[in-house]
Each structure stands twice: as C-alpha cells, then as structure tokens.
Design a protein around this ligand. Structure first.
Ligand SMILES: Nc1ncnc2c1ncn2[C@@H]1O[C@H](COP(=O)(O)OP(=O)(O)OP(=O)(O)O)[C@@H](O)[C@H]1O
Ligand SMILES: [Mg+2]
Length: 135
C-alpha cells in the first residue's frame, strides 16, 4: 500500500438510487482491505453508510464518495448537490422515541473529527470525516 492514496467514486443518477448506499459499503470494505486497514472496516462502513444515506434521502442529488489514506488517518468525504443545510455545532440528540435523527451522532461518535461545509462551486454540501489508523 502507498503511504498516501486517494480514490473516488461517483453516482450520477438524480434522484439517486437507494442501492448506492449498499454499493458504497462494499466499496469501503474492498478499499480498506486493499489498504491493509480491514480493522477499520466496520466503523468506516457505518460512517459512510450514514453519510451516503443522508445524501440519498436529504440531498436527493448525484453523490461522490472519496476515501483517502494519509499519514495517521483514514479520511473520507461525501459530496452532494442538494439544498445543503447548516449542521448544529454538535449533532442534536434525537428524542428517545424518534425513529430518525441519529446518523450524525453516530458519525461524531466514531470519528476523530468530522464536519460539513457548502461546496465551493455552488449548490450542495460536502461532509468529511477522519478516523485514526491503528498504530
Ligand atoms: N446531505 C444532506 N443534505 C441536506 N440535509 C442534510 C444532509 N445530511 C443531513 N442533513 C440534515 O441533517 C439532519 C440530521 O441528519 P441525521 O443523519 O443525524 O438524521 P436523519 O438522517 O434525519 O435520521 P437517521 O440518520 O437517524 O435515519 C437531517 O434530518 C437533515 O435535515
Ligand atoms: Mg441520516
């Protein structure tokens, strides 16, 4: 494995197919195996799954997944072209009986750091995360 590598995948259908979330999960497992980081596969699969699901459900636009390994971190970014939103500084805690509203809390709990920002070229958002590689 190279010390530094970046790969990206695009789903260009609008609205996106729900299956792209499962396809992204498979991509994560395969890519982390290629990079010798299978120990991170369960948590990164869950993170990417939540963020891809948000792009499909809330942005309803084409979506791009980028994964990168660099130094001490495995990082990723999910870019959409939806309406965007302004995330709370820390994810809202979902009501105990709510059926939704937990995805970003899961992302926050599993990552070293994460964030969201508007795309620089206009519409949509990118949500990024970084996870520490095992020593
Ligand atoms: N890519 C996105 N585009 C637009 N809005 C988004 C996006 N991602 C998240 N949001 C907004 O942030 C809110 C919180 O997201 P979060 O993933 O925590 O919960 P949820 O998607 O509503 O429910 P759950 O993930 O538990 O099924 C969403 O309800 C939505 O309003
Ligand atoms: Mg969600």
């Amino acid at each position: 494995m190279n010390a530094q590598e970046t790969r990206c995948w695009r789903w260009n259908q609008e609205p996106p197919r729900a299956q792209c979330v499962g396809e992204a999960r498979e991509i994560v497992r395969k890519t982390l195996a290629d990079w010798g980081l299978i120990a991170l596969a369960d948590e990164v699969t869950l993170i990417v799954s939540e963020l891809m699901a948000n792009a499909v459900i809330h942005a309803r636009s084409r979506v791009k997944l980028t994964l990168a390994v660099n130094g001490a971190y495995l990082s990723g970014e999910i870019t959409d072209h939806g309406p965007g939103w302004i995330p709370a500084a820390s994810p809202e805690v979902a009501d105990v009986d709510s059926e939704s509203g937990r995805g970003l809390g899961i992302v926050a709990a599993l990552t070293h750091s994460w964030g969201a920002a508007p795309n620089l070229d206009g519409q949509g958002m990118r949500v990024w995360f970084a996870v520490r590689k095992p020593a």
